[in-house]
Design a protein around this ligand. Sequence first.
Ligand code: FAD
Length: 403
Amino acid sequence: MSDFDVIVTGAGPAGLSAACLLALDGRRVALVAREQGDASDPRTVALMQPSIRLLMHLGLWPGELKDATQPLRKLRLVDDTGSLFKAPTITFDPAELGDEAFGWNFPLGILIPALFARAGELGVTFTGADAASVHTASDSVSVTTAGGRRLTARVAIAADGRNSLLREAAGIRTNRWSYDQTALATSFDHSGPHDGISTEHHKTAGPFTTVPMPGNRSALVWMERPARAAELMALTDRELAAEIQIGTHGALGLVSHVGPRRLFPMQGLVARDFAKNRIILIGEAAHVVPPIGAQGLNMSLRDAAQAADLMEGEDDPGAPSIMADYDARRRRDVQPRQQVIDLMNRSLLSGFMALETGRAAGLTLLSQFGPLRRAVMQYGLAPSANLPRVMRPPQGSAPELIA
Ligand SMILES: Cc1cc2nc3c(=O)[nH]c(=O)nc-3n(C[C@H](O)[C@H](O)[C@H](O)COP(=O)(O)OP(=O)(O)OC[C@H]3O[C@@H](n4cnc5c(N)ncnc54)[C@H](O)[C@@H]3O)c2cc1C
């Protein structure tokens, strides 16, 4: 007899969401982690409408979270490469899809504690210690924590990040690579309004993306060559504000009050199996992509919701048929997205004229051809027909999320 129905390892945003979803479905859930994910993380995450519906299902939206977030009313791509073949600026407007916003921008430092508190309310058992070892059998999974506690369940969800211990225990191999880039994440005040627009300036070392926050403040994800990123990290706040001013071309007015900053070396990772031997991979244990088009956590939340969907009402939530179904469904969603993001990123870094011309031609087509632009926007949000149950829009309603 298992102590739990499901063991979730890792209390980052993916693991916390999975734990909450499964507890809401009436499962006995153990969350194996030393502490909640890093609430001092300076990043914000743009969560699209399907992810917002998941938060609604968890009872976290609109609520208090909403005041700390900002609707994303438009996304703009600006060719800032200085290339001979300059692409036109493209603005993606959700009004073309009948929506008022693509989604909302959340500080991770607020989202993570909110999810952690909700998991507690839903009766999730929190171990307060990381997973130290894992054993898989034909009908169960056992996880022993660093504190020596042994837990057993029919299935485990690996949300323990890119160096996942559970992934290794399941015998799942990965394709893994690194980019010659580091992202600097921070936030800043500006004297002009952002009008709810997120702007991705495509520069030769990668995107420089501003994402609106409440008031006249924006988050920044600035991808640079590693040496340059280290230089930026060493600047004073005032010096960094001046560099950001240059990067934005003054479009947001005068830049000031730069917030805490952190560097993220850019890597890519895709697991060769998304589920195996009663272990299901979600979040960065399954896929790591550069922060382009706000796909990472949105995909992770679809992982969590898909796993919950497939387990719903099943006597054995770790049955081989569930493993196979999860693997097929998540592979279909994740792999093409990872490839598109990789191509977009490499087309900036390569300096090859053929790739630069291809990127400029593709963006020109997008700016001029409405049906193509709408198809790309819909794909970015994830097509409704393929979404897990709690992420689908209610029948016949479109802009239900704007208060
Ligand atoms: C600069 C930047 C900007 C981004 N912006 C966006 C965005 O706008 N929209 C978006 O959708 N995505 C975005 N992403 C991606 C998003 O931040 C990640 O997908 C997400 O944070 C990953 O969450 P996770 O829970 O999978 O992993 P993590 O946050 O890495 O959590 C894994 C957790 O597992 C724990 N752990 C590790 N080992 C063990 C163990 N043995 N036992 C128990 N626990 C363990 C770790 O301590 C950690 O808390 C961005 C990423 C970057 C780098």
